[in-house]
Design a protein around this ligand. Structure first.
Ligand code: PAF
Length: 288
């Protein structure tokens, strides 16, 4: 596996692969790899000739009061893990390579960015994500890019960018990878001390309760939300948001007639955690 710092080196390596008609898969990441990231790399490895992983803690998607300076970073560990998954190129640029002096462009997606994490973290968050992902697509020009469904709203934002800007890349959303007790894997789980780690299981337990009620035939969004809220309350977790929204548009819903995302964000100990389930309108459960 090669570790590349410069955009020009990435372009050269991808161009060389393209001359022999190789397909290119991209896994955009901010590092601090866990099984969730590795599952994306495995998926990319299965279906592409050249697998590129980007490792860049993107400053523009963090607010001033967020954890940019403390975000877990261990490039040597990440590189070893990526190499073990058969990744070909690890693109790990310095911030100045991505945002040189004079950088002045922002990709802003309206609508789906304005609720949930967009409302909670601020508009800069998805502007930062959309901008850096668009840049990564321009640099790598992948056939397929892989994202985790844990960041369900991010997946919708990226799909909207691809559709609206006619970018020639297919977006693959891969299932959430969970710890044995159901906690969704996240780089931020390292912030949890033992007590908070226990409390954090309430997020998925709350979503499970909602999911079970939905699967038992309840279609009223308020009742389903209430079942989840009760689990959070019992665990002493106050959500930043706990909402049911249309799984494609993120419009508010009164019923689960169409596929519905139930999404939660909460501060637990020192970590801000997010999680979600998709409540399928007709099919039985299977993709939590
Ligand atoms: O999901 C992430 O790790 C980041 O938001 C991404 C997509 C790599 C953009 O910085």
């Amino acid at each position: 596996m090669k570790i590349l710092r410069a955009i020009a080196e990435v372009r050269d390596a991808v161009a060389a692969a393209r001359t022999s008609n190789q397909t290119v898969g991209l896994v955009p990441t901010m590092g601090a790899f866990h099984e969730g990231h590795l599952s994306l790399m495995r998926e990319a490895r299965k279906s592409n000739d050249l697998v590129v992983v980007s490792l860049f803690v993107n400053p523009t998607q963090f607010a001033a009061n967020e954890d940019l300076s403390t975000y877990p970073r261990d490039e040597a560990r990440d590189a070893a893990l990526a190499e073990a998954e058969g990744v070909d190129l690890l693109f790990a640029p310095e911030p100045g390579e991505i945002y040189p002096d004079g950088f002045a462009t922002t990709v802003h997606v309206a609508g789906v960015t304005e609720v949930l994490d967009g409302a909670s973290r601020g508009i800069h968050h998805f502007d930062g994500v959309a901008t850096v992902v668009t840049k990564l697509f321009g640099i790598v020009r992948p056939d397929v890019a892989y994202f985790g469904q844990k960041d369900a709203q991010q997946v919708l934002v990226v799909r909207r960018v691809v559709r609206d800007l006619n970018l020639d890349v297919r977006i693959e959303a891969c299932p959430i990878v969970r710890e044995a007790d159901g906690l969704a894997m996240s780089s931020r789980n390292v912030y949890l001390d033992a007590e908070a780690r226990m409390q954090a299981t309430a997020l998925n337990r709350a979503l499970d309760a909602a999911h079970a009620l939905h699967d038992a035939g309840e279609g009223d969004a308020a009742k389903i939300r209430a079942a989840a809220a009760e689990v959070l309350r019992d665990a002493g977790v106050s959500p930043e948001y706990l909402e049911l929204r249309d799984a494609e548009t993120l419009a508010p819903v009164a019923t689960t007639e169409r596929d519905t995302l139930i999404a939660v964000a909460a501060r637990v100990g020192a970590a801000r955690l997010i999680d979600n389930h998709t409540l399928r309108s007709a099919e039985p459960r299977g993709d939590a």
